[in-house]
Design a protein around this ligand. Structure first.
Ligand code: GLN
Length: 235
């Protein structure tokens, strides 16, 4: 058990956090508290430099203009990049994938440099991807299907240093090239899934927590609940 409070960074909730993505930080904290591990959420807004010393980080989705403000802030204060370099887990949702890539093109055709934590690039697609997405995970340690709600116009292409998080069963996912969803590069995981994704996919929440504290965690969900969930997804 960690001997100090686990500190969860909620990065730029003032500009990034569509569809309640800030809920991911609440889920992470709650799952630690339920196991008797102290945890707190540290909100990092546009008024704050980004600290590099937190145990894990989450960033939510955003509309194009808000996304631009976040990109500028993360470029100016590279705490997130430094934390990822030392292996701190980072979860990036939707627009945050795009911001963490090399560059993204907005829906008005403007090309904006990202912070190059992900070897990906994003360009607007003909049609906006909106709706439920259901996938098979490709990341070791995940066995349950990953599901969420997607709403994005950007399509993200993966370079050779980035791997997909999951294979798409239904829905769009990254929307450029192969039918895959999300990005994994080192300790950084990206997904287009809102939900919030960690409320819908507790196994992903525990994977991030185990990586952050360097210990395995006993399951919280009853076996019957996990079983019901699998049956529902199959049906
Ligand atoms: N603005 C981005 C897009 O449409 C991201 C949207 C989002 O985060 N929901 O691709």
């Amino acid at each position: 058990m960690p001997d100090s409070t686990v500190r969860i960074g909620l990065v730029l909730p003032d500009v990034m956090g569509t569809y309640g993505d800030g809920g991911n930080a609440l889920v992470l904290r709650q799952r630690l508290l339920m196991r008797g591990i102290d945890a707190e959420i540290v909100q990092i807004t546009l008024k704050d430099p980004v600290p590099e010393s937190l145990d894990l980080y989450t960033l939510g989705g955003a509309e194009d203009y808000a996304q631009r403000l976040a990109t500028r802030h993360l470029t100016r204060y590279p705490g997130l990049q430094k934390a990822a370099e030392r292996g701190a887990p980072v979860l990036a949702i939707c627009a945050a994938i795009q911001v963490l890539g090399h560059w993204y093109e907005t829906s008005t055709g403007e090309k904006v440099d990202g912070i190059s934590m992900f070897d990906v690039t994003t360009t607007p697609q003909e049609t906006r991807a909106i709706g439920e997405v259901s996938t098979h995970p490709l990341l070791e340690g995940l066995t349950e299907p990953l599901t969420g709600f997607e709403n994005h116009r950007g399509g993200t292409a993966l370079g050779s240093d980035a791997s997909p998080l999951a294979r798409v069963r239904s829905g769009v996912g990254n929307g450029a090239g192969e039918p895959v969803e999300g990005v994994v590069q080192g300790s950084v995981i990206g997904t287009y899934m809102h939900g919030p994704v960690l409320a819908r996919n507790p196994q992903l929440a525990d994977l991030l927590l185990e990586r952050a504290i360097g210990e395995s965690l006993a399951p919280l969900e009853l076996d019957e609940v996990a079983q019901l969930r699998r049956e529902r997804l199959r049906g």
